[in-house]
Design a protein around this ligand. Structure first.
Ligand SMILES: Nc1ncnc2c1ncn2[C@@H]1O[C@@H]2COP(=O)(O)O[C@H]2[C@H]1O
Length: 249
């Protein structure tokens, strides 16, 4: 399984060229459609057939409308967008509503639509292209799922935007051995109250989450740093890495 983090910032600024959350699995699957998706060329976008969304927040869906419109002319239609009912409802009502962007799921190019929305539920596992992609519920300010991806003997887990706590620990422990755990760290410890209110992590919460796990992952990728705090967070995470193999993306 080839994992490319196309974007993972917790916000947008010219200092972070990657953009917001989008993780590409091999050529044809992405998790989230933040602005990192725009790193792909048109030809590469035409290879992406499956989009798994974690939640409805803008930094995770921003590139979806233009990405989907770019699919007109692709030979490999339709694109399937998987998400929980809440996320699909917000997309249909607030984005693909004919005002902000066309209702692409009902529009056709030739014999088939370019887009299919597919509701997923926490606990559901979808098998695609030799991968097992399982959604699991996490605690964030809107209904959110993380994804566990197993392929070729490797296990990649992305809990998306979430706060530390019993739910996250239990979900991660249930998943067994993890090769790569990609966990967020949005705010510094001084902003713990903001992190708690917005349901995000701090370095301290990251450390306590790692300590609460029955098995350590082989490596930890830290993601979703908020641009305003990125320099300070990188310094803290370099001085006191929460895991022996920590990579701050
Ligand atoms: N009370 C708050 N204080 C600071 N930032 C906030 C507050 N509420 C929402 N936000 C920001 O709004 C963002 C929405 O997306 P996120 O959950 O990634 O992160 C959130 C925070 O960056």
């Amino acid at each position: 399984m080839n994992i490319q983090v196309l974007g993972c910032s917790g916000g947008l600024s010219g200092d972070n060229k990657g953009g917001s959350t989008c993780i590409q699995l091999n050529h044809n699957i992405v998790i989230d459609a933040g602005t990192g998706l725009n790193q792909l060329s048109l030809a590469q976008m035409h290879q992406v057939r499956h989009v798994f969304l974690t939640h409805s927040h803008m930094d995770h869906i921003a590139a979806l409308p233009t990405f989907l419109s770019n699919q007109y002319g692709s030979e490999h239609l339709p694109v399937t967008v998987y998400a929980q009912a809440h996320t699909l409802e917000k997309l249909k009502n607030n984005i693909f509503n004919g005002d902000i962007w066309p209702e692409l799921s009902s529009m056709t190019e030739g014999p088939e639509p370019i887009l299919t929305f597919k509701e997923i539920h926490p606990g559901e596992c979808i098998e695609l292209e030799g991968m097992e992609i399982k959604a699991f519920a996490v605690e964030h300010s809107v209904p959110t799922v993380g994804y566990s991806v197993k392929s070729e003997g490797k296990h990649f887990v992305f809990p998306a935007d979430t706060i530390a706590g019993k739910q996250l620990t239990e979900q991660l422990n249930r998943l067994g051995h993890i090769d790569t755990l990609m966990l967020e760290c949005a705010f510094p410890d001084e902003l713990l109250q903001v992190a708690e209110k917005t349901k995000h992590m701090t370095p301290g919460l990251l450390e306590s989450t790692l300590k609460s796990l029955e098995q350590q992952p082989a490596e930890l990728w830290v993601t979703h740093l908020k641009p305003s705090y990125e320099i300070a967070l990188r310094k803290t995470l370099a001085t006191n890495p929460p895991h022996k193999n920590t990579v701050v993306l």
